[in-house]
Design a protein around this ligand. Structure first.
Ligand code: DSN
Length: 424
């Protein structure tokens, strides 16, 4: 047994595998010293990390609580049951399956549960903010099922619910998917639910990006309207990497069968325990405040970026996410994201609606405020971040300038402890 006064959690890793240990510590330092703006990332609490890295990683537990294919589940059954009950209570739905490994297999499970091969999925087009698994051509979801894609409006870049309705009436999809990875406005889940009912389609709300906002009352709730709600657990919800499916009672059996044995084997009970800890945290008044601050920060960041001459898709945001159209800045997404990273600001390049450029070198940059808000940054700090982003855009080719900005960013980050980090 080795001891490491600096970081007791990784003392054994340092001893057994110094190479991996070194890179984990590098990453930890990077996460501490950077302004992390990728909207799908966050910092989990130490409690979530501990549960996720616990002895539960040693278990196999195919099946569901009380109905397993392995003995030895006396503790695992209790843990998974607690997590299921917390999920149902927090999201206000009849049934929860907390076993999906991540969002893509979870969406696949929903389709396997509710659709026959060849049925039609109607989702938001990927370049317009939708996810691969909402029926995009490169995804298996468009190979086993027919997919039709609605788009945002050419001028406003908002979802046009009249057009969604018209497409649904024309295409008669079996399932309509609401939700996105790059849509900076609220979803009208009531409208989606109404359209789905009108055409006899199931309604899946993929709330992966905004689930933390929803449980905190900072975004409308799909629970009254959706047949099924899917969320990843690691974005605004601030849990470990994973996913869960919530649904009406009538779909419970089909969803459970689709997850196991339909698509998965043994669930990762260590992740499920980490999700449980995160759900407990998400049910607190402090989390409600956190989620409201995410939105306040995003609005402040958007306003300052607009002030600095950036064009924002839809003109701003009312959730955690901002999509910048860099066309006017003449520095495209990839180059700008690389320059930002050199200056210790981490974001991801992204397509914008009707993007004339290719997805691997698109015109947009996607940013968000979940991580910076977890560190306690507020509106004034967002204004400072926006100013650095402007300076980087003006100096993408000047490494010395980028390094100077990077040093300021590192200094700034020291004021905001990153939860559960032990770097020295
Ligand atoms: N890749 C995720 C995101 O970054 O939004 C969605 O799956």
């Amino acid at each position: 047994m080795t001891t490491d006064v600096r970081d007791p959690y990784l003392a054994e890793t340092e001893h057994v595998d110094p190479e991996i240990y070194g890179l984990i510590k590098e990453e930890e330092q990077y996460q501490i010293e950077s302004v992390r703006l990728i909207p799908s990332e966050n910092y989990t609490s130490r409690a979530v990390m501990e549960a996720t890295g616990s002895v539960l990683a040693n278990k196999y537990s195919e099946g569901y609580p009380g109905r397993r294919y392995y003995e030895g589940q006396r503790n695992v059954d209790q843990i998974e049951t607690i997590v299921i009950e917390r999920a149902k209570a927090l999201f206000g739905m009849d049934h929860a399956n907390v076993q999906p490994y991540s969002g893509s297999p979870a969406n696949l499970a929903v389709y396997v549960a509710l659709l026959e091969p060849g049925d039609t999925i109607m989702g938001l087009s990927l370049p317009h903010g939708g996810h691969l698994t909402h029926g995009w051509s490169a995804s298996a979801t468009s190979k086993f099922w027919k997919s039709v894609r609605y788009e945002v409006d050419e001028k406003t870049h908002l979802i046009d619910y009249d057009r969604v309705r018209a497409m649904a009436k024309a295409e008669r999809p079996t399932i309509i998917v609401a939700g996105a990875t790059a849509y900076p406005r609220q979803y009208d889940f009531a409208a989606f639910g109404e359209i789905a009912r009108e055409v006899g389609a199931y309604f899946l709300a993929d709330i992966s990006h905004v689930s933390g906002l929803i449980v905190a009352g900072a975004h409308p709730d799909p629970a009254p309207y959706a047949d099924v709600v899917m969320t990843t657990t690691h974005k605004t919800l601030r849990g470990p990497r994973g996913a869960m499916i919530l649904c009406k009672a009538e779909h419970a059996e089909a969803i459970d069968k689709a997850v196991f044995p339909g698509l998965q084997g043994g669930p990762h009970e260590n992740t499920i325990a980490g999700v449980g800890v995160a759900l407990k945290e998400a049910a607190t008044p402090a989390f409600r405040g956190y989620a409201q601050q995410i939105v306040a920060n995003a609005k402040a960041l958007a306003a300052e970026l607009r002030e600095g001459g950036f064009d924002l898709i839809t003109g701003g945001t009312d959730n955690h996410l901002i999509l910048i159209d860099l066309t006017g800045k003449k520095v495209f997404g990839k180059k700008y994201a690389r320059a930002l990273d050199r200056a210790n600001i981490v974001a991801n390049y992204n397509t914008i609606p009707f993007d004339p450029r290719k997805p691997f070198s698109p015109s947009g940059l996607r940013i968000g405020t979940p991580s910076v808000t977890t560190r306690g940054m507020k509106e004034d700090d967002m204004r400072q971040i926006a100013r650095w982003m402007e300076q980087v855009a003006d100096n993408v080719k000047d490494d010395a300038a980028l390094d100077r900005i990077g040093a300021e960013v590192r200094e700034f980050c020291r004021q905001f402890p990153a939860p559960g980090m032990h770097a020295v």
